[in-house]
Design a protein around this ligand. Sequence first.
Ligand code: AMP
Ligand code: ZN
Length: 139
Amino acid sequence: MKEKDCIFCKIANGEIPSATIYEDPDFRVILDLSPASRGHALILPKNHFADLCSLDERTAEKVLSVAAKIGAAMKKSLNCSGFNVVQNNGTAAGQTVFHFHVHVIPRYDNGPVMVAWEPGKASAEELAEVANQIKGELQ
Ligand code: AMP
Ligand code: ZN
């Protein structure tokens, strides 16, 4: 399952060189070309899936444990204090490459603020209404 003109298919399968930090039969993990912080990595499945909703079960089951392995290695090797696991779906959410990938972003003490949002406000009625809307689709 590869897509002809997909750059991440080519990188994941070794047709285009990358700064690879980990590889197994299902994934290649590379360093992001435009890192948000030192060590910013991308987990790429070797098969093509456009986004999270298209992922097969095998990939979905494995990807978080790869993220944990990479994050733990970053803490030891880069001495970061923590890391964010980020996964964008759709243009509105900031997705620019439509081959599923997971960002693992090391965070350093006194580093820049990232992946933050302004906490909003919602009444109990609003929360109940939104919950019902989403639950309706899950039944
Ligand atoms: P997203 O915005 O979630 O789709 O993330 C795409 C990420 O891929 C961005 O952080 C880019 O900097 C990164 N990126 C794009 N092309 C390459 C490439 N050829 N090698 C490494 N990282 C890339
Ligand atoms: Zn692809």
